[in-house]
Design a protein around this ligand. Structure first.
Ligand SMILES: [Zn+2]
Length: 438
């Protein structure tokens, strides 16, 4: 649910999504926002903010984060130039304007990093039996669910069975997880707490933008409507494009405003369920494939770094040092989830858009909209293939206490297994980090 989808529910159209995303920006650059080169519904970069990060990082750390985490696919040489004492970062190519970041001379000369979130080591000391005391966690259940699930293409149904709607599953997990985290002392907030959108916009608000995008993309007379769920030309319709502008771009940007300006959490947990391509949602393909992976921000594509806003957001994220916190967190949570779910690591079919990071074998860096624009550590969970035989049966069984026999195996409810394993990973990470801080 992002710039590029981490969920593979719509695998059969992922390529189209990426391509149209790039073209989205082309139209904005070409007409809607004059000389600014901004991605769809993006914000104009405020480069001056980066002045607060002068001398907060050494050259070695900066070069490592660019080379191994954020810029792993390479980029045009004028975008970021690392010199001896400074980095020169392109603000806008037409204007030939650059931002100069000054490195700290060494560990001694490091200035403190300005940030609103608190790393584990700077939380107030732990209360007895409350390993998450004082920690502010925001839960972000992916997608919308409810009556929006079909529009989001996060819906399928087998026969007369219960429809599977990712947005409802993630909200169920978030509610269970919130109770567990509060009992452990955390202050929990929800980025979404119902099956209604956070954004006040609706698809009709984006019809004109959708039309312009399609024309710019070589569809001179876009059709207004989609024929049916399996319409192969649906991406070329004003309806499909205006819906995606609503439920993905507008919705995630609104959630980001909530996280950044209201909730101010120390950590956001993005909760998703994964899928393999299911084809026709009214007659979906079920598979025996099942897996787990987690994502943190990084691994920007060369073409993404061409956008002034994405380049700025990447540099701000790098300088706020979220990676130092989110990588070990993601690794610890991934290991707990792997242990409790028994799921093998997901392997992306190509390395074109992700970079494997960390030590658990389950964590990838990827530039998703949510992991980029929430200004704090973000761990994005993608366990369970919803249209695997096993997970489908567990979803049909719903939520319950204790264990039940599912396909001949005694299992916890899938929602509780998900929530419990994330909570266990968080306890493990924060207990250890706080212990070593004492
Ligand atoms: Zn998802």
């Amino acid at each position: 649910m992002a710039k590029r989808f981490a969920c593979r529910a719509a695998t059969w159209r992922t390529g189209v999504v990426s391509a149209s995303t790039l073209l989205f920006a082309a139209i904005l650059a070409a007409g809607l926002q004059s000389a600014d080169n901004i991605s769809v519904l993006g914000n104009k970069p405020r480069w001056g903010v980066l002045e607060h990060y002068q001398q907060t990082i050494t050259r070695d750390d900066f070069a490592h984060l660019i080379g191994d985490v954020y810029g792993t696919h390479g980029f045009a040489s004028d975008l970021i130039e690392i010199k001896e004492d400074t980095a020169r970062i392109l603000m806008n190519r037409d204007a030939q304007k650059f931002f100069t970041l000054r490195f700290a001379a060494g560990a001694v000369g490091l200035k403190p990093v300005p940030r609103l979130w608190r790393p584990a080591k700077s939380l107030p000391s732990e209360q007895r039996n409350k390993p998450l005391s004082g920690l502010k966690i925001a839960l972000d259940p992916g997608h919308l669910g409810g009556s929006w699930a079909k529009m989001e293409e996060r819906w399928f149904q087998v026969g007369d069975g219960k429809p599977v709607q990712e947005g409802d599953l993630t909200l169920c997990v978030a509610r269970l997880l919130a109770t567990r985290l509060r009992n452990l002392g955390a202050k929990v907030s929800f980025v979404r707490s119902t099956d209604e959108p956070t954004t006040g916009k609706r698809p009709d608000d984006f019809r004109e933008l959708a039309r312009k995008i399609l024309i710019r993309n070589g569809v001179p007379q876009p059709r207004p409507d989609v024929l049916d769920l399996t319409d192969p030309e649906k991406e070329k319709t004003i309806r499909w494009q205006s819906e995606i502008l609503f439920y993905r771009y507008s919705e995630i940007r609104r959630r980001a405003a909530l996280v950044n300006f209201k909730l101010h959490p120390d950590l956001v947990m993005c909760l998703h369920f994964n899928a393999e391509g299911w084809g026709d949602p009214t007659s979906p393909i079920l598979t025996d494939t099942n897996h787990l992976h987690l994502l943190v921000n990084g691994s920007y594509l060369a073409e993404e770094l061409e956008f002034d806003d994405q380049r700025f957001e990447m540099i701000r994220r790098l300088l706020s040092r979220t990676y130092d916190e989110e990588l070990p967190l993601a690794d610890t949570i991934a290991s707990a989830m792997a242990r409790e779910t028994g799921l093998p690591p997901y392997a992306y079919p190509t390395i074109n858009s992700t970079t494997k990071v960390g030590t658990s074998g389950y964590v990838y860096a990827r530039n998703l909209l949510a992991t980029r624009v929430y200004r704090c550590p973000v761990v994005y969970c993608e366990p369970y293939v919803m249209n695997s035989e096993d997970v489908f049966a567990r979803i049909q069984a719903g939520d319950y206490e204790g264990t039940r026999s599912i396909n001949g195996v005694e299992r916890k409810s899938i929602f509780r297994e998900y929530a419990d394993s994330v909570a266990d990973g968080l306890v493990q990470y924060y207990s250890k980090a706080r212990e070593s801080a004492d």
